[in-house]
Design a protein around this ligand. Structure first.
Ligand code: NDP
Length: 415
């Protein structure tokens, strides 16, 4: 069995920063590391920070535009990674998958594909690559962050060890942190705002039920945190979980938001700054010689003026708590409830990697997924969501790599 491998991380943002630290903390698995992104200087800074923090030597860097398949193919052919960990944006999923197929590389990501001009995400675009990956003998692991990612692995673990039939699944995501900014998003603002402002969606009795954006909400109590107003959102892992666990009667996703955050979001929407279509704007030229008509996407412009999620870590207090609340028929034939979750401290994440908890809870599972592949535990040609693999070795690593989990049995799930 193969136990050492070459990894290429694409992206040098918050999540990639955490993943790069964690990869370098596991040199017995990751024998060579390259970080490539649009801006090479960022990759160089990241590589230097990781080498300083971990003692790992020889991290390579490169510039690549991951929207451009020929550029990717050139990089992948030259570096020949065993696995490409895509931590750029969901817009780049298909181009990177295409380049992996052309060069014989395996693939992992943390968010499903979204077209730039439509705030809509679903797996069909990536599932369409199944046969090609299968025929090429390559493994593609989809959605290996926290949610999607660990939440789906928690569900697989519950199905394997505790339930003969999962009937009700509620994924609950609480960020009880305080970054002391009036408004900021915890990961890429463009992707984050697109996700939250779209209609809610959940699965019930064999069909999808749509809600208005943030229409349904209720107080849920989170461990070590207490009650927080939690909003029903559409979240991508539900789509594959209800297919892979057909006994699920209802599956929903909840996320907490504070009133201040929602007020800002409402204003952003009301004044048109969440728009994703292009508008024309007459901008003064930098050299003062006149003006030029430019096209800008308001949400992308907003991203440029909002706080950078990577800079939130320093003053971030509090913790995140993400988990799965499950009701169904246990292995003993009786009805049971089960809650499996992780709490992650923003401060501890920052002290270890320089990033806040949301980047940490995404970057650590991305590294573990790559580790699962390189150590031969998750090798399955085709395109797969994480719940299709054995959850046990992944759950074991979560405890070792900084995201320990806890279980509660037969409690009131509040849902
Ligand atoms: P950031 O915006 O901090 O970083 C994105 C990185 O991707 C930047 O380094 C950027 O480069 C790079 N990038 C963007 N476009 C290209 C391109 N065309 N070619 C090469 N590189 C590119 O994002 P985050 O780190 O916060 O998020 C990364 C991913 O993680 C996103 O897909 C997000 O949806 C996902 N995520 C998943 C979660 C989960 O639990 N599953 C939770 C949170 C995030 P540059 O800086 O040069 O522009």
């Amino acid at each position: 069995m193969k136990t050492m491998g070459k990894v290429l991380i694409i992206g040098a943002g918050g999540v990639a920063t955490v993943a790069a630290h964690k990869v370098a903390q596991n040199p017995d698995v990751f024998s060579e590391i390259m970080i490539a992104s649009r801006t090479k200087a960022k990759c160089d800074r990241l590589a230097a920070a990781v080498e300083k923090a971990t003692g790992y030597k020889g991290i390579r860097t490169a510039r690549v535009d991951a929207d451009n398949v020929p550029e990717l193919v050139e990089l992948l052919s030259a570096y020949k990674p065993d696995i490409v960990v895509n931590l750029a944006l969901p817009y780049q999923d298909l181009t990177i998958m295409e380049a992996c197929l052309q060069t014989g590389c395996n693939y992992l990501d943390t968010a499903n594909y979204e077209p730039k001009d439509e705030a809509h995400f679903e797996y069909s675009w990536q599932w369409a690559y199944r046969e090609r990956f299968e025929q090429a003998g390559l493994t593609a692991i989809l959605g290996c962050g926290f949610d999607p990612g660990v939440t789906s692995i928690y569900t697989a673990y519950a199905a394997k060890h505790h339930f003969s039939e999962i009937q009700y699944l509620d994924i609950v995501d609480c960020n009880a942190g305080d970054h002391h900014k009036a408004f900021a998003t915890n990961f890429n603002p463009e992707i984050n705002i697109r996700e939250i402002t779209q209609k809610g969606l959940y699965w019930e009795d064999g069909r999808w039920v749509e809600t208005e954006p943030l229409e349904i909400h209720k107080d849920l109590t989170y461990p070590e945190i207490g009650p927080r107003d939690s909003y029903l959102l559409h979240h991508e892992e539900i789509e594959s979980l209800v297919i892979n666990y057909p006994t699920i009667r209802r599956a929903r996703f909840w996320m907490t938001f504070g009133q201040q955050y929602l007020k800002h979001l409402e204003v952003i929407q009301n004044i048109g700054m969440s728009r994703i279509d292009e508008i024309e704007y007459e901008a003064p030229l930098a050299d003062g010689t006149g003006t030029a008509k430019v096209k800008i996407v308001p949400l992308q412009f907003l991203k440029a003026v909002l706080p950078n999620p990577q800079d939130l870590g320093e003053n971030y207090e509090g913790q995140t708590s993400i988990g799965c609340r499950i009701r169904g028929i246990g292995k003993d034939g009786k009805e049971h409830t089960y809650y499996v979750y992780n709490n992650c401290s923003h401060r501890a994440a920052y002290e270890e990697t320089g990033m806040q908890g949301v980047s940490y809870t995404t970057g650590v599972p991305a590294m573990i997924g790559a580790m699962m592949f390189l150590t031969g535990k998750w090798v399955k040609p085709g395109v797969h969501n994480v719940e299709e693999f054995d959850p046990d070795p992944f759950m074991e690593q979560l405890n070792k790599q900084g995201l320990p989990w806890h279980e509660l049995h037969d409690i009131d799930l509040e849902l």
